[in-house]
Design a protein around this ligand. Structure first.
Ligand SMILES: O=C(O)C1=C[C@@H](OP(=O)(O)O)[C@@H](O)[C@H](O)C1
Ligand SMILES: C=C(OP(=O)(O)O)C(=O)O
Length: 431
């Protein structure tokens, strides 16, 4: 699979907006849905098709990992990937990059095969939380060798079947621990009863997405009790899975409407979605935008850009874009409920504070978020810490601040290799 980028220089000079934007932005498929679809297709009895997938580094890593586990994936048609799975063979080495969905979702699949599968990733992957998932895998009787570090790299040794049934873990560090176990659960010999024991559950929409996609693939999932999920053992038939546009990747583009007082339209925006980005219309309205959502898609028009007080727990991957907007707003903002994003691609609370303050901002970290007092900003190099959403947040700031230079903008290839091209086109330039 070819993953292309329109990256030209490093650092990349973030373009300033010469006036209000007025653009249609067509966004590629959702990362979260694509990687779930690939996995469910791989575990399905019959060949399945993933239509409109995200073509980016995280899905390339998922494809590579599944191939290592014996799954056939024909991605020659960019718009329809054909997946022939069924039996998982296991054994080999899987590069997870910095992809939470790959590092968390594939170990339970490797346990269905036979032999040792080694999971490794980029520098920094060892900092991403994994301990509670390892604990959950062991509760199922799965052999995991993590060198007692509770992190990657690690080896899962499959025995051809997973026979355990009950798991209790604290998923307050990442909802992906729960999604990982749930997605493979129909293929466990006795299914799964999964309990979240922590007080906080981040990214609830992503769990709803997991349950919805499992059911669509024929799984029986009971989520009627709080913090408990029961999955019956049984065959999966993913069939044909259509992927919605990535609504989280829409955030910086929609933010451009607010920063410039212009309008950005995203065609094919779903009227209902389990993606956290479905909260963007409400969040951006609270920040002063006028929003229209209908069968043609979403249109967002900026007005006076206001600060907000918001609990972003459910939508934590939107925090960098919202923080960038907040730094340009006409009043202070408090973003809360996102302590766990210290374990995302980087410690996003520390990174946002450091980088916005380096441009002259006033951002303070709290235990679970940020307090942002808008200040006049100046140019400078904005470090991204290999985090795609730091890069796109910097681009939002650059619309209004001359001289923002984004270090390693190529890191946007994690989920949106087209970022610089789409951004330039939105501003009226060629891509
Ligand atoms: O399951 C998923 O696809 C995701 C879940 C969330 O993870 P956390 O619960 O770790 O925030 C989200 O932030 C991530 O971008 C994607
Ligand atoms: C947290 C994110 O990614 P990951 O799937 O790697 O956890 C993200 O994309 O914001």
């Amino acid at each position: 699979m070819a993953v292309t980028t329109s990256v030209i220089t490093d650092p990349w000079p973030a373009p300033t907006a010469s006036g209000p934007v007025d653009a249609d932005v067509r966004l590629p498929g959702s990362k979260s849905a694509t990687n779930r679809a690939l996995l469910l297709a791989a575990l399905s009895e019959r060949p399945a098709v993933v239509s409109g997938p995200m073509r980016a580094r995280d899905s390339a890593l998922m494809v590579g990992g599944l191939r290592t586990l014996g799954v056939e994936i024909d991605d020659s048609d960019a718009q329809a990937w054909r997946v022939t799975g069924g039996a998982v063979t296991g054994g080999g080495r899987i590069d997870v990059g910095l992809a939470g969905t790959v590092m968390r979702f594939l170990p339970p699949v490797a346990a269905l095969g036979t032999g040792p599968t080694r999971f490794f990733g980029d520098k920094g992957v060892e900092k991403r939380p994994m301990g509670m998932l390892i604990d959950g895998l062991r509760q199922l009787g799965i052999e995991v060798d993590d060198g007692c570090l509770g992190a990657l790299p690690l080896t899962v040794t499959g025995r051809g079947a997973v026979t355990g049934r009950e798991v209790s873990i604290d998923a307050s560090d990442s909802s992906q621990f729960l999604s990982a176990l749930l997605l493979a659960a129909p293929r466990f010999a006795n299914g799964l009863v999964l309990r979240h024991t922590g007080e906080i559950l981040p990214s609830a929409p992503h769990l709803a997405m997991t349950v919805q996609m499992l059911r669509a693939a024929g799984a029986q999932v009971d989520d009627s009790q709080p913090n408990t999920w029961e999955v019956a053992p049984g065959p999966l038939t993913a069939g044909s899975i259509g992927i919605e546009p990535d609504l989280s990747n829409a955030a910086p583009f929609l933010a451009a409407a607010l920063v410039t007082g212009g309008t950005v339209r995203v065609p094919a925006w779903p009227l209902e979605s389990t993606q956290p980005g479905a909260e963007l219309p409400a969040l951006l309205t609270a920040m002063g935008a006028t929003v229209t959502l209908n069968a043609n898609g979403l249109a967002v028009t900026g007005g006076r850009l206001r600060g907000i007080d918001a609990d972003l727990r459910d939508v934590s991957e939107l925090t960098p874009a919202i923080a960038a907007l907040a730094a340009l707003a006409d009043g202070p903002s408090t973003l809360r409920g996102v302590a766990h994003i210290r374990g995302h691609e980087t410690d996003r609370l520390a990174a946002l504070r450091t980088e916005i303050n380096a441009l002259g901002g006033d951002v303070k970290e709290t235990a679970d978020g940020l307090v942002i007092n808008p200040k006049p900003l100046h140019g400078g190099v904005f470090s991204t810490y290999a985090d795609h959403r730091m890069a796109t947040a910097a681009a939002v700031l650059g619309l209004a601040v001359e001289g923002v230079l984004i270090e390693n903008v190529a890191t946007t290839s994690k989920t949106l290799p087209e970022f610089t091209g789409l951004w330039t086109a939105m501003l009226g330039g060629g891509s």
